[in-house]
Design a protein around this ligand. Structure first.
Ligand SMILES: [Zn+2]
Length: 255
């Protein structure tokens, strides 16, 4: 394992454009449950109830959605960046990171100190709320406080439109700008490191392929095997936190 970690550090040191791609496994060590895993929130709620079209169509759906969203927000609000997030933030400080593309909605890369323009959130973020009509943004905590006082669907103060966390829901299209940017960065990087993603959700899962096809080296750090392990230049089956902390240590020693 140590040899693999040193090899990844060497790849980082010789890279000119590093893209990190993060999935749920990057945040589990911060106490964020993988919402897709067994025992996750979808065992308790029916995903059908949370389709975007239903949210738009009915007040009853919006109410159910906000109940679930409130439950999911608890661990997100409490969560702190773990050593993997901190290592990625440190790589940026060292001038070694082009960007981090994330499937997570927890805002932990922001909390860890990565700068806004280097974070691409493919599935949006739970850290703020937006009006679906006029796009006005609201602080998530402020909206949760409204809900705590009165469990009622929140609407926009300005235009009366429905408010929804700025995450991408089932049935909602991927954010155009972020998706395009993510593909672009993937296609021009020379090193693509996947951390904590099983690489099965599209379109995110095709990004390592785009990178690889354009000549980048591919590293996969994930607890479980992924469909792209055979394609990767280096695969480490381990938890993200300790692995990234060790890689960072080697990178710093090599500087
Ligand atoms: Zn509005």
């Amino acid at each position: 394992m140590m040899k693999q970690i040193e090899e990844v550090a060497r790849l980082i040191l010789s890279s000119k454009r590093l893209v990190v791609f993060g999935g749920a496994g990057l945040s589990t060590e911060s106490g964020i449950p993988d919402f897709r895993s067994p025992g996750g929130v979808w065992d308790k709620y029916d995903p059908e109830d949370f389709y975007y079209q239903n949210f738009i169509a009915s007040e009853a759906s919006r109410k159910k959605y906000w109940e679930m969203a409130t439950e999911m927000y608890g661990p997100i609000k409490k969560a702190q960046p773990n050593p993997a997030h901190l290592a990625i933030a440190e790589l940026e400080k060292l001038g070694r990171l082009d960007c981090v593309i994330t499937q997570n909605i927890d805002g932990l890369h922001h909390k860890a100190g990565n700068s806004e323009e280097r974070i691409i959130e493919l599935h949006g973020t739970a850290t703020y709320v937006a009006c679906l009509n006029c796009k006005k943004r609201y602080d998530r905590d402020e909206v949760q406080e409204r809900l705590r006082k009165e469990m009622k669907v929140p609407y926009c103060d300005d235009c009366g439109g429905p408010l929804k966390p700025a995450t991408i829901s089932f049935g909602q299209s991927m954010p155009e700008r972020e998706t395009e940017e993510a593909y672009h960065r993937s296609s021009i990087c020379d090193l693509f490191i996947v951390i904590g993603s099983s690489l099965v959700v599209q379109p995110a899962a095709s990004m390592p392929l785009v990178a690889k096809r354009n000549g980048a080296k591919l590293v996969i750090i994930n607890r479980d095997p992924t469909p792209y392990d055979d394609l990767a230049d280096m695969v480490i089956h381990a938890q993200a936190g300790l692995t990234m902390a060790n890689i960072l240590k080697c990178v710093k020693q090599g500087l």
